[in-house]
Design a protein. Sequence first.
Length: 417
Amino acid sequence: MAPPLSSLVRSQLSSPSPIRQIMKMAERKNIVAMGLNPDEVISFGGGWVNHDAPEEFRQAYLDIAGDPALFHKSGGYTATLGDLDCREQIALFEAALFGVPRLGPEHIAIGMGSTQLTHDLFRTLVDPGDTVLLLDPTYANYEGQLAFAAPGVTIVRLPVIDAATWSYLPDTDPEGTAREFRRLFDTHKPRLVLFGAPDNPTSQVVPQPLAEVMLERTRDAGAWLAIDFAYKCQYFAPYPAYYGWSPADHPHVIGIHSNSKWARGLGRRLGWIEAAPGVVDAIERVQQCSILCPDTLAQMAMARYLKGAIPSGSLQRYVDFANGIYKTAAQVTLDAIDTHLGRRRLVPRGGLYTVMDVGRDAEAFVPEALKATGVLVVPGRGFGSSIANGVRISFGPLVNDTAKITEGIARLAQVLP
Ligand SMILES: Cc1ncc(COP(=O)(O)O)c(C=O)c1O
């Protein structure tokens, strides 16, 4: 008999992410077993983008791979926090796109994507017995990441969806939401408050006044405020002023950033943390044990691309273009829901998703809908109990095939009277 695995891993294996379970259910062999043709399945399940990376970015990889000395260099380690050149370019990227002031390489820790960085950040900021405040709903991976990186942490959630009216409370009831935040904060004294902007699965953006309440409360209490900016470059309306907050002005605020979504670099793993130098130094210590250094080729290509694309304006043009196609895909999704389903849904402010009310427990609805219509959506409960009767619909993978969005939503009408 094999020796036992760690008790932490055993407990996590017995409570797998519900979203992963759904994605497993949609694997080819399971689809065939359901009697469906996998080629006819339309999936709104994947949380990924499908636009092309910038052509100049691809060229940067070609330049490096085509030069024996540069290619040799790309096989070496960089510093644990990342190559200085790339850290400088990332600081310029944030200044150019979002006006983040006084940002320098001392505020940037590069890692292998925001998943690894978030895990290592939790390791850096919180202790067993601490409380972390998350939104409800929010990105489903945080709970597991906290369980692994900081076992023994208590999670408290601020509801941001009113299940009765299917509205986003920070917009429809800003005072009530701020009051509830203050009440939860004062009662539970979290060491860390974390929200996504825009968030997954709602694609809503915490408005500036609520972010300021969070900023002040965390600062006054000596707590951390972290913002997950995985979808920062996907904004369909003017973004709030905190997109330009700098750790030079707010040393207790931390930004978590990813190359996955804006540059379609999901598998070219690269992300970064923006934080006060003391936090960056602490992450260096953690990363010495988790990754040793981020991917060198990805950093060389990024630095090379940004050096040309920031001053020429092609970076801004690329981001504007990508925004445009996701905004269109979001609108196609909403129009299809309104025309074919007439269900309550949220209007995305950015990102790749909307959430829609299905009027009953979505854990049961989703497999039934897949079987009956060949359409996959993700049940809401994994993101938070406030949307247990809702599903996440991702239009990201279908951004270049919006007719399929309409067809998939129309098919759902068979199971949504
Ligand atoms: C809110 C949020 N944060 C982080 C990630 C993971 O990003 P990365 O590819 O940088 O690890 C995702 C991916 O779906 C996400 O939705």
